[in-house]
Design a protein around this ligand. Sequence first.
Ligand SMILES: Cc1cc2nc3c(=O)[nH]c(=O)nc-3n(C[C@H](O)[C@H](O)[C@H](O)COP(=O)(O)OP(=O)(O)OC[C@H]3O[C@@H](n4cnc5c(N)ncnc54)[C@H](O)[C@@H]3O)c2cc1C
Length: 354
Amino acid sequence: MLDSNLSHWLEAEADALDRGLRDAEEVLPQLAAAGVLGLGVDTQYGGAGGDTCSAIDAIATVAGHSLTAAFVLWGQRTFIEYLLHTDNTGLRERLLGTLLDGTQAGATGLSNAMKFLSGIEELGVRAASTEAGWQLDGRLPWVTNLRKRGFVVAAAVELPGAAPFIAAIPDGLGGLTRSADLQLLGLQSSNTAALHIDALQLERDWLLASDARQYLPRVRPAFLGLQCGMTIGLTRRCLQEVEQHLAGSRSVLEAEWRDLRTRLEQCDAELKHGLCAGRFLSEPASLFKLRIALAELAGQAVQLELQASGGKAYLQQHGAGFARRLRESAFVPIVTPSLVQLRGELQRHAGAVA
Ligand SMILES: Cc1cc2nc3c(=O)[nH]c(=O)nc-3n(C[C@H](O)[C@H](O)[C@H](O)COP(=O)(O)OP(=O)(O)OC[C@H]3O[C@@H](n4cnc5c(N)ncnc54)[C@H](O)[C@@H]3O)c2cc1C
């Protein structure tokens, strides 16, 4: 159950958040006030306890109102997950409290790293060793939750002659420049921008993981599982909207609505069961298949909502919620790991076992 103040705020502001008419800076404090940032974080670390599934449920519920807010929550909560998996206890102690209470924004620039892990692209940030740590140069073309009043961003870094590593880079260091907000199809109030890194001096105590190739597969189940929460919430909301129209002439849609609803709840259960059992660490392909299945369900659900609503959905006066969900659903297949990347991974995997 989501705090009622948060659900009312999200329901009222969802369109403005999607179109960039509401200040992006407001999203994180609203999420923090509702106590959702610490879900699935052990109480010994200052969290609310429970497991990752409770965080997935919160992301899904937020996504049912606003995918913009859900993606901000995903970024923040995923950064928290990075800290829970780091061996650098000093960094965890320094950052975790402020991330849990939302006074610090955590941004995850690891799309590039996930693609790197799959052999799709080179790392965009390079390091040269210095006495105190490293000098960094490069670019992160897409990062969300880069609050204008401050953030810390996770990035994968190439270090010639050594393993690539993952660093936390705090805002305010010389050589780090945030672009203006990217102009997007939707999700505009998400503080999404590019980062330019030019001769940035980073000290060693900002290291999240010394070997990206070992660390990333360990955090990937939560990274992807939390991301699936966004798709689950959006799909569930579309199906709730369909349900409102099933009486009368739209009853012909009922069988498809039931089928989508059943498949959605099966995917949700399978995701949580796999996460709790730790299955996705050894069987990442089954998580990739779930992410693809959920993305397909989201596409089908938003189209079913259109059919159920009919021409009304096309009128600005009545169809704002549908139009927003249609734009939001366009994000689902392209966020890393995109469906194209996952299909490529599964093809390689099938080739390897054949
Ligand atoms: C709203 C939003 C928020 C995002 N937030 C994050 C985040 O917080 N962290 C993160 O790591 N990633 C983030 N991403 C990036 C996302 O996860 C994907 O990496 C991105 O959408 C590119 O995926 P792709 O499969 O198209 O990549 P690719 O296969 O790399 O690109 C496909 C084509 O698009 C072009 N292209 C890709 N990006 C750009 C660009 N910025 N400008 C011009 N051309 C481009 C490429 O050159 C290529 O021709 C975000 C994306 C969006 C849309």
